[in-house]
Design a protein. Sequence first.
Length: 423
Amino acid sequence: MRALAALVDLAGDDRYEMEGPGLGAAIAGASLLVDFAGNDRYQSGYFGQGAAAFGTGALIELGGDDEYRLVAWGQGLGLAGGLGLLWDRGGSDRYTVAGAADPFDRGLLSGAQGAGFGFRTLLGGGTGILRDERGDDRYEAEMFAQGSGYYYGAGLLWDESGHDRYRAVRYAQGSGAHEAVGVLRDEGGFDSYELGHGAGQGMGLDLALGVLVDGAGDDRYSARFHAQGTATANGFGLLADAGGADRLRVADRYAWGTAEPLRGLPSVGILLNDSRKALFEQIESLQKSVPPEEKPCATPDLAVRRDDFDALLAAGEALRCALQKGERWEEAAALLQRDPADSLAAWIAPALPAAPAALREKLRAVLWAHPSCGVRTSVLIPSLKDEGVRSSCWRLQAAALRLGAKPAPGVSVPGFLLPPRAY
């Protein structure tokens, strides 16, 4: 606790290898690795090369053509209460992160190359920074990388010059998710940005900010969808390119300034390109070429522990699937009768239109008394609009205003929910 570990190397072509955590990695303390010169190689397993939780971890490289290899979680990673920094001041460098298994089976997790990562609903993330000042650099990673923030984390990848190449899969290259900030800033050169999936290149998800700023040069951008200045679930996404003969390629319409509102509130997606030579290409989405097959609903576990977030999410999705097909409504009603404030109400409420007529209004009354603002918003109807606008919940007020509610004198409504005044 509160300890300091430091390693300083003054010259030579060096090789640093760790099987586990290390090379500028700290937990509840500070760790520093400084290398002044030489063409160096850094290789480590998990949690290294500028990574920290509840402390500060830094790897500072002052010159040379260097190579950084990591399994996952590092190269400028900040976990809860941590500041992780990888700062390379010169040379043509290569940053590679192999990736670790994802418990949700979406691919491989990196958590690297300028990533701030939190544990959702438990701990907010820290600050992760990867800064490279000069050289033609290569960045390779999987998910959550290259200027990525997740759950109150802040991630920054800042490359000042050179012809650089960025390759990742998902939630990368200026991506923020769940009240986080992710930024990729490249100040010049002919650069290439490639996402195998999406959710990046200036994308904000769920009250988060995702930004990619490219200063100059003829650049190439490639992604599938939810990329290149997009936002959803009240996020903010920005892709700003200052000029050059750029080429932007996507596979779906969710790109180029697309924003999807949610909760009765807007999202903001912005694409800025200061060039008449930019080429925009949209290719047919492979996902749309095959009609989706209707999958049977999983069996919901209604006895799931309410403090097990992942299990609760799976049970809720399975329950909503069944309810939307007109199944299990008697079980849902019995569940709310036992506990009107049950967490599974968040999945029952959106499916209420599919409920049997004999149960619908009875369930609506129970759900309207639920402590969750989101649950109440899902069951709002015109006869409840005046009560809704008097709520302290912005989401419910916004839904009530859309139904035509008029705030009574003395009722406080945020100005951004009201229509603009004529001047």
